[in-house]
Design a binder for this molecule. Structure first.
Ligand code: THU
Length: 130
């Protein structure tokens, strides 16, 4: 699957975000090693601190289906001039499953950044041996 296709899926699912409080919608599309794509959106709550990011919701869907082998993550946010990088909590959760994962982030069409979890999260919390 091409970067454009994965970004396209993240852009499409972003429309389903539940973000009435921030008005900032995020869509994520996570490509697994077996070719399947797991999507996620941010789901906010009136009790604001309960809001969950799109990236973590995509990971949760994959893990629930028994998939933890991830090869690429696309994230699309509502229009900001610069692409919006995943939050610190999501970086820790991504790192749990993928140490070198390529990540593509786009805001308005074409405003795209290519990075990796290794670049975004160089010094993880890792107290347990796995
Ligand atoms: N959000 C995400 O979905 N992913 C991130 O990595 C950062 C923030 C969501 C959470 C909240 O619903 C909205 O964006 C504004 O913070």
């Amino acid at each position: 699957m091409s970067d454009d296709e994965l970004i396209g899926l993240a852009r499409e699912v972003k429309e389903n975000a539940h973000a009435p409080y921030s008005g900032f919608r995020v869509g994520a599309a996570l490509l697994a090693g077996d070719g399947r794509v797991f999507t996620g959106v941010n789901v906010e709550n009136a009790s604001i601190g309960l809001s969950v990011c799109a990236e973590r919701n995509a990971i949760a869907r994959a893990v629930a289906d028994g998939v933890t082998d991830f090869v690429r993550l696309a994230i699309v946010t509502d229009s900001t001039d610069e692409p919006t990088m995943p939050c610190g909590v999501c970086r820790q959760v991504i790192w749990e499953f993928a140490r070198e994962l390529p990540i593509i982030v786009e805001s308005k069409p074409g405003a795209r950044v290519h990075t990796t979890i290794a670049e975004l999260f160089p010094r993880p919390f890792t107290s347990y041996k796995r």
